[in-house]
Design a protein around this ligand. Structure first.
Ligand code: 5AD
Ligand code: SF4
Length: 441
C-alpha cells in the first residue's frame, strides 16, 4: 500500500465569494486557514464536502442574492445531508438571528473576525449550528499568508474595519473597528508575492488611507512598498476623502510606482445630504481636495462612489450631485440606490425616496457618467501609455488586455511575443466608456 492509499480522503471545500475586493481577499485567507487544516478545494458545490458562502451586507440586494443561493444549496443538502453549509462574512455578522431563522440548515455561521476558528467550527458542526460572530479588535490575520489566485495583480489587505460610521453604512457594525496590519507583515507578504511574479499590488482597506501602525502612516507605507524589488505598480482602495493628507498627495506625486488614479467616494453632491450622511466634509471641501490632487498629480484619474435616494434627498439635492459630477469629470463611478440597513444611524430616519424615483435618478446618473467616461477616454486618443499586460482580452481574437496607469482597460493586438506581466507601450486609437483600443507604440 503506498502512502496515498493510506491517507484518508481530504475534505473538499467549495468557497463562493460575494461583494467587494476585501471579501475576495478574506476568502483567500479562509482558503489558507482551511488548507493548513487539511482541506482541499473543490471546483463546484456539487463536488464538495463543505460549501461556504462569503457574503456581503452593504445593500439589501447583496443579501437577497445570497438568500437565493442558500435556497439552492438547501436542495443540495436535502440530497446530500452530509454536506456542511457555512455562511461567512458581513451578512453572517449583520443578521445572524434572521439568517438562522431563514436557513435552519446552516452548519456554520462565522463573522469576518472568526475565520481562524473555522476548522474547529466545522469539526464541531453537527446537529446544532456552530456560530461565531464575535468581533475582535485585535484580529488582523497578519500571520496568515492568503492563498493568492495568481495573476500579475494582487490585492493585499492593509487595514481592516472602519471607524467612520457614515449614517448609511453597515460596515463599522459588521467589520468592527479600524485595525492596521504591521508593516513588517505586509512587507514580507508583498515580498513573497513579488517572488511569485506579482507586478502590481493593490492595498486594501475600508478606509485604507487611515492606515496607521505605530509611527507608520499610509504615505510611509506606500513608500515602503515602493522599495520592494519586482513590484512595479502600487494602487490602493478605498481611501476616504477626509483622510487624504498632504503627505499622501506628495507620495502619489513623487513615487513613480504609485499609479495616478485616486478613488474618492463623494456619495452626494448636496451639503444637506452629506451632513445627513455624516460624511464629515462639504462639497466645497471635496472640490478643494480635488483641486489640490489635480494640481499635484497632473492628469490623475478620479473615480467615485455615489448613492442616490438617501433619506431626505430632494430633486434639488440630486441635481446638485449631477452638477458636482460634471464639475469634477470623473473617469468612472460606482453608483447605487440607497438601501436602508438595520443597525445604522440612518435606519431610524426611514426611506423617503420611492424605489421608482431612486431608479430614475440612478438611470440618469449612469447615463451622465457614461457620457463623461466616453469623453475622458476619447481625450486619451493619440496618447501613449505603458500598459501592464494581464493576458488575453475577454473578447478573444488574439487580442491582449491590461491596464494603463490610470487603471483603464487597454486592448491591443500583438505582433510580437508579449506575456502577462510585461509592460508594453501602446498608443490609443479609439475609446469607449469602458476601454481603450490601442496598438503597440
Ligand atoms: N446603500 C447604498 N449604497 C451604500 N454604500 C454603502 N452603504 C450603502 C447603502 N446603505 C455604497 C457607498 C460606499 C460603497 C462601497 O457602497 O457608496 O462607498
Ligand atoms: Fe462605510 Fe463610511 Fe466606513 Fe466607507 S467610510 S466603510 S462608507 S462607514
Amino acid at each position: 500500500m503506498n502512502d496515498r492509499d493510506a491517507t484518508p480522503a481530504r475534505p473538499r471545500v467549495y468557497l463562493e465569494t460575494y461583494g467587494c475586493q476585501i471579501n475576495v481577499a478574506d476568502s483567500q485567507t479562509v482558503s489558507a486557514v482551511l488548507r493548513r487544516a487539511g482541506y482541499v478545494s473543490a471546483d463546484a458545490a456539487e463536488d464538495a464536502d463543505v460549501v461556504l458562502l462569503n457574503t456581503c451586507a452593504i445593500r439589501e440586494h447583496a443579501e437577497e442574492k445570497v438568500l437565493h443561493r442558500l435556497r439552492e444549496l438547501a436542495r443540495l443538502k436535502q440530497s446530500r445531508p452530509d454536506v456542511k453549509l457555512g455562511l461567512l462574512g458581513c451578512m453572517a455578522q449583520h443578521n445572524r438571528v434572521a439568517i438562522m431563522e431563514k436557513a435552519a440548515f446552516l452548519d456554520v455561521v462565522a463573522g469576518p473576525d472568526s475565520y481562524r476558528r473555522l476548522p474547529e467550527m466545522l469539526a464541531r458542526a453537527g446537529d446544532d449550528a456552530s456560530i461565531d460572530v464575535r468581533l475582535d479588535r485585535a484580529e488582523t490575520y497578519a500571520d496568515i499568508t492568503p492563498d493568492y489566485g495568481g495573476g500579475v495583480r494582487a490585492y493585499v489587505t492593509a487595514m481592516r474595519g472602519c471607524d467612520k460610521f457614515c449614517a448609511f453604512c453597515v460596515v463599522p457594525y459588521v467589520r468592527g473597528r479600524e485595525r492596521s496590519i504591521p508593516p513588517s507583515d505586509l512587507m514580507r507578504e508583498i515580498g513573497e508575492l513579488a517572488g511569485r511574479g506579482v507586478k502590481e499590488v493593490v492595498l486594501l482597506g475600508q478606509t485604507v488611507n487611515a492606515y496607521r501602525f505605530g509611527d507608520t502612516g499610509f504615505s510611509a507605507l506606500l513608500k515602503m512598498v515602493a522599495s520592494i524589488g519586482g513590484i512595479e505598480r502600487i494602487r490602493f482602495m478605498s481611501p476616504h476623502p477626509g483622510d487624504v493628507s498632504d503627505s499622501l498627495i506628495e507620495a502619489m506625486a513623487t513615487e513613480p510606482k504609485v499609479q495616478p488614479h485616486l478613488h474618492l467616494p463623494i456619495q452626494s453632491g448636496s451639503d444637506r445630504v452629506l451632513a445627513a450622511m455624516e460624511r464629515g466634509y462639504t462639497v466645497a471641501d471635496y472640490l478643494a481636495l480635488v483641486a489640490r490632487v489635480r494640481a499635484a498629480i497632473p492628469g490623475v484619474a478620479l473615480s467615485t462612489d455615489i448613492i442616490v435616494g438617501f433619506h431626505g434627498e430632494e430633486d434639488s439635492d440630486f441635481e446638485a450631485t449631477t452638477t458636482v459630477m460634471r464639475a469634477v469629470g470623473y473617469d468612472s463611478a460606482f453608483m447605487f440606490k440607497y438601501s436602508v440597513r438595520e443597525h445604522t444611524r440612518a435606519f431610524r430616519l426611514g426611506d423617503s425616496v420611492s424605489e421608482e424615483e431612486k431608479g430614475r435618478r440612478l438611470t440618469a446618473l449612469i447615463a451622465l457618467q457614461e457620457e463623461m467616461s466616453i469623453a475622458r477616454n476619447r481625450a486619451m486618443v493619440g496618447r501613449e501609455f505603458p500598459v501592464l499586460v494581464e493576458g488575453p482580452a475577454r473578447r478573444g481574437g488574439g487580442m491582449m488586455a491590461g491596464k494603463t496607469p490610470h487603471f483603464k482597460t487597454a486592448i491591443f493586438a500583438v505582433v510580437e511575443r508579449v506575456a502577462a506581466g510585461d509592460t508594453v507601450n501602446v498608443r490609443v486609437d479609439s475609446a469607449t466608456g469602458h476601454s481603450l483600443m490601442c496598438s503597440l507604440a
